[in-house]
Write a protein that binds this ligand. Structure first.
Ligand code: FAD
Ligand code: DLZ
Ligand code: SF4
Length: 525
């Protein structure tokens, strides 16, 4: 009797639940490079390189550990192009009598897996993904017990669950759960000491790069700077580098932005975490150990651990709680097309241009670039949230629907009407000016609301509040901006509306085909 254990491209963990307890003597591990996954959206080239290279390295490591691995390559002429097609072929090849798989990270794939037992006539055991700290049933129970699904209360429960930064008497280390007020410093004058550790592409990665430069040449992004970890050992080296070099000031500068500083004090660990090269527990324990050893202050260790066991796990729970409806969420009924500059980076808005450049060069942008520059702009401009979500899913190497959808449609676009956040993350140019040095080098004047050189974020911000008055005025966290708007004279209001309208009309919609294969490949893409 052969057991077939498919391992998906974001399940590259040696401690995976489906491997524990399996017997190498009667188990075949199936790994599949399939066209459907490489093109259901037209991922950034770096994301495809990352996943395929990491998969190939992981298969080699499994073989060295004594497992039988059946690895289907993208260019295999028999390749059926989908997980379901390849599982069907593998069942016949190996005469397998049962399938065991860890639950998929995306709704789309989990739906396909649900159909396998009926389709193939074999038992399919779907295991919970215990690389996440909070099991989904526990998250659902927490959500059912609350009127408002506030992250902070979930986070405290997670601290108690894990014991991270907790004292033996059950109180939080330092006497406080949260040091967020210490974590809002404007950008540092000095730059980080060195760039994050880079990993030169080895022969396997180079082969994948050649494949991607050929087959996916029309996809967004460049590969010139590709240096991501593709093995657990490399990811661990990146973690150690982060803990030593950046974590001590991670908390303080968490929300800061500096032109050309692509990573600032951020970890850049999300790509490794999300495909399984690192686990959340592992990185949290490293941060806590550094704090206990005295090399990392509490506000940094706590801030980082909050992102990991708080935000990351909460976001994942919210995805499964809200799907499949979340995909279509559009609270503001926004319909405007995504502007072209999201793909080209060609805009006079210095903050947006630098954030798109980082995205194109590194398949990365840090949180505040994603939230308060590109996401904020899209929401203020009334862009169709489905197009915004597609863009985010394409461009970031750490993007999978479970983490992208709640962050984009919930946190950033408020398309869920406030299920995830208590108010929209909307900000005028003043916020970006406070937290970055972008405005100094911008052709727009951040202090102006109207006029040819007025910062577009300003009129858009007020126009957004005005346009959505009926939906937002009742929000108690927005009373202050509405009170300010109400104090503007009618002429000022009319000027702001006209300024916003004129700017929105000047936006060039993106050419079709960047995000989904259904359109034409973009010219010069
Ligand atoms: P750091 O700043 O070093 O943070 C440490 C870790 O905390 C991250 O690696 C990540 O694992 C976790 N984390 C922090 N915030 C979040 C969050 N809101 N949700 C989930 N995990 C979090 N993250 C993704 O992993 N994939 C996405 O597709 C993604 N899309 C996003 C879209 C928008 C609009 C926004 C506002 C945020 C998005 N995030 C996403 C969350 C966050 O921006 C990234 O996790 C982070 O920028 C990754 O860089 P880093 O590893 O240097 O993070
Ligand atoms: C992102 C991605 C890409 C680009 N290619 C593959 C692939 O060829 N084979 C594979 O197993 N996984 C790939 N992935 C990751 C999957 O999209 C991811 O595992 C699922 O979406 C999880 O539900
Ligand atoms: Fe961005 Fe406005 Fe500042 Fe220019 S002035 S960088 S558009 S916030």
């Amino acid at each position: 009797m052969t057991l077939l254990v498919p391992i998906l491209g974001d399940q590259l963990s040696h401690g995976l639940a489906s491997l524990r307890g399996a017997n190498p003597a009667d188990t075949v591990i199936l790994m599949m490079e399939v066209a459907e996954e490489t093109t259901y959206v037209r991922h950034h080239k770096a994301k495809i390189v990352l996943i395929l290279s990491a998969m190939r390295h992981f298969a080699d490591e499994l073989r060295e550990a004594g497992w039988t691995v059946d690895y289907v390559r993208l260019d295999d002429p028999e390749n059926k192009g989908s997980f379901t097609g390849e599982v069907g072929r593998a069942l016949e090849r190996h005469e397998a009598s049962a399938i065991r798989i860890v639950e998929a990270g995306e709704w789309r794939v989990s739906q396909a897996i649900q159909g396998w037992s009926g389709r193939f006539g074999v038992p399919v055991e779907v295991l919970g993904d215990d690389r996440f700290i909070c099991p989904l049933p526990d998250f659902f129970a927490w959500a059912a017990s609350r009127r408002e699904l506030v992250m902070e209360s979930f986070y405290r429960q997670q601290r108690r669950r894990t014991g991270l930064l907790m004292e033996p008497d059950g109180t939080p280390t330092g006497g406080q759960w949260n040091f967020d007020k210490d974590n809002r410093a404007p950008p540092p004058k000095e730059r980080p000491l060195r760039e994050p550790k880079r990993f030169a592409p080895d022969a396997i990665t180079q082969e994948v790069i050649a494949l991607v430069e050929g087959r996916f040449r029309h996809h967004f992004g460049t590969l010139d700077r590709f240096a991501l970890p593709v093995t657990a050992a490399e990811a661990e080296a990146l973690l150690a580098d982060f803990v030593e070099e950046r974590l001590p000031r991670f908390g303080t500068y968490q929300d800061a932005m500096l032109e050309g500083a692509d990573f600032l004090y951020h970890s850049r660990l999300s790509t490794s975490l999300n495909c399984g090269l690192l686990t959340a527990r592992q990185v949290c324990e490293a941060a806590e150990a550094a704090h206990r050893a005295g090399t990392v202050p509490l506000n940094a260790a706590e801030g980082f651990i909050r992102q990991m066991i708080g935000w990351r796990e909460y976001i994942r729970g919210m995805y499964w709680l809200e799907m499949p409806g979340l995909s279509d969420a559009n609270f503001f009924e926004n319909k405007r097309e995504l502007p072209d500059f999201y793909w080209t980076g060609e805009t006079d808005m210095a903050c947006c241009a630098d954030s798109v450049r980082n995205t194109r060069d590194n398949a990365y942008a840090h949180h505040i670039q994603r939230l308060m520059v590109l996401g904020n702009f899209a929401m203020l401009a009334g862009i169709d949230p489905a197009q915004v979500a597609d863009w985010y899913l394409v461009v970031y190497a750490d993007a999978y629907e479970w983490v992208e959808h709640p962050n984009v449609l919930g946190m950033s676009q408020y398309a869920d009407g406030g299920r995830l956040g208590t108010k929209p993350y909307a900000g005028s140019g003043a916020y970006i000016n406070r937290m970055s040095n972008y405005c100094k080098g911008c052709r727009y004047d951040v202090k102006k609301r109207v006029g040819d050189d007025a910062c577009p974020f300003n009129a858009l911000y007020w126009d957004f509040l005005d346009r959505n008055d009926r939906k937002l005025r009742g929000n108690r966290r927005l009373w202050q901006p509405y009170a300010t708007w109400d104090r503007f004279g009618e002429q000022t209001k009319a000027e702001i509306r006209a300024q916003s309208q004129q700017f929105l009309e000047s936006l060039q919609p993106a050419a079709p085909g960047w995000a989904r294969a259904a359109g034409q490949p973009p010219a010069g893409g």
